[in-house]
Design a protein around this ligand. Sequence first.
Ligand SMILES: Nc1ncnc2c1ncn2[C@@H]1O[C@H](COP(=O)(O)OP(=O)(O)OP(=O)(O)O)[C@@H](O)[C@H]1O
Ligand SMILES: [Mg+2]
Length: 277
Amino acid sequence: MPVRARKLIRKMRGGAQAHLIEAEDGDFYVLKSTNNPQHRRVLVNEWLACAFLRYLQIFVPDTALVELTPEFVGGHPDLYLSLGSRREPIPPGIHFGSRLAVHPDRVAIFDFLPDKLLNKLENRVDFLGTLVFDKWAGNADSRQAVFFRARAKHWTPLKGDAPAKVGFFAQMIDHGFAFNGPHWQFQDSPLQGLYFRTSVYDEVRSLDSFQPWLEMVEHFPVEVIDSAWKEIPRHWLDGDEDRLEQMLEELVQRRSRVPSLIHEMQRKRTSAFANWR
Ligand SMILES: Nc1ncnc2c1ncn2[C@@H]1O[C@H](COP(=O)(O)OP(=O)(O)OP(=O)(O)O)[C@@H](O)[C@H]1O
Ligand SMILES: [Mg+2]
């Protein structure tokens, strides 16, 4: 069920020209529109990537279909995309929403953390699982995350004991360029998908450090892919149905390729994994 937008808060930075909106459920969403300047397909990528990362038990935002009614669009003249000197309106309809995990007026959300705090992240290990995903999905972007102080709510035993205290958490965001963005093919350039502060990979000693995610991706259930695919609004595809199916088939075929892709990354940038032996 889509959630309706009720208030435009502000524009966000970035190539997709997303908008922060408050919805009728009282939550806040970063909305990427079907006509965003990157491509309509980035909405599909966001939707699928978040579903797959969730299966891998990595901390990602909840995603939602956000409805902009004609009244909302008409009542918010600041809701537009800048294309050169031109203003492109955002059409009413269903768009992609990435839900903020905290109330933006009550808790600070950071795009970056200094290394000292990065080292103390409660879910640092999520960067290892996410790299496995990014190599599998051929994410053509570097890794992006947001950070905030919170209590562990959705902890999973896979990551060891849950932290009892309030601490900094990283939430993985921006999957518009998974599957190589609008291209829906796998380019596999060795350094793509890496987080720019490589201290998050300090505990990597060998390929084994990326377990259990290597194993989970190798046996990634086709049913998880299928059910995420079914949730995609058909008008986000608009003639892309066959092409998407082809890309997802290729994705299934390459589940066992991740170890070699990580090896290649390690060879090309030995400094990325400072403690690899
Ligand atoms: N779920 C979220 N929670 C908090 N902040 C978010 C969330 N999703 C996005 N943001 C914020 O919105 C900004 C834009 O989002 P995002 O990076 O996904 O867009 P983009 O336009 O694809 O960016 P880029 O130019 O990096 O491709 C992010 O830098 C981040 O600050
Ligand atoms: Mg971004």
